[in-house]
Design a protein around this ligand. Sequence first.
Ligand SMILES: [Zn+2]
Ligand SMILES: [Zn+2]
Length: 334
Amino acid sequence: MRAWVLEQPGAVETHPLELRERPVPEPGPGEIRVRVEVCGVCRTDLHVVEGDLAPQRAGVVPGHQVVGRVDSLGPRTAAPPPGTRVGVAWLNRSCGTCRFCQGDRENLCLDPVFTGWQADGGYADFVVAAAEFVHEIDDDAEAEQVAPLLCAGVIGYRAFLRSGARAGSRLGLWGFGASAHIVIQIARHAGCEVHVFSREPAHADLARELGATWVGTSHQAPPHPLDAAILFAPAGELVPTALSRLDRGGTLAVAGIHLSAIPALDYAEHLFHERSLTSVTANTREDARALLRLAREIPVRTHVCSYPLSEAGAALIDLKAGRLRGAAVLRVGA
Ligand SMILES: [Zn+2]
Ligand SMILES: [Zn+2]
């Protein structure tokens, strides 16, 4: 099979990923093999490829937003049957025994395995996954539409919940990539007024098209204080700015897995009046399933930039440059 392999992290412009022929992987006990149709391209893939996230395994295949069909089952694995359409997401498996797994917070598992970081991911023709951690996907859904929901969508949804935004809230979104363009659709459906802060003109246009009440640049002041905010840009220097835009009692949720350094905060200016700063760490299976249901109900329309599998490097370069309108996906197989 074809697989993009990362031996040594480096700047994407230097092409650290190599397209190689590899044997088709065999699923072990409790595992399934999935023939990949489409794999979404996430900013986390960029962090893995560039080494912002410490390498976990030499020769890893990135990609954790996989839509495909079950192709074979490992020993002592009964379901889902071959032919079932499934999604493979970032949480490849959790330990199931730590106090977080036992307490419905498997996203905080002490010994998790993540797809495309510790386990090989979907920038390949086949991927192996834990049967209990895949998500059923409708047969009639368009794979390119669904793939970005599996991380950009789910993490955005969890960030939206963590921000405390509800009907009537003024919600601010810093950065308007794959995740934010899905969150704005969820937030508008929930009755929020959405303010978008972005330095990329293409992103600002898409935000207006999707119903943003106000669009400005990162450090511009919104017309009103915000009740809730989500920081999608991996830029720690925006944390004080976003906190200073919050009204009393507001919450800022940081959605990224990696953030550059946060400058010193001033208690009175950034935190007093019960403002909160929180983060988002991975997601539970229930988050993913709830988001997939909600996306169908709204319905969420994903804007995608589609690349053949052979162009994975170009997709990552375009993502890094802020050139994408919506989410990038790799077309792998039928
Ligand atoms: Zn655990
Ligand atoms: Zn991701």
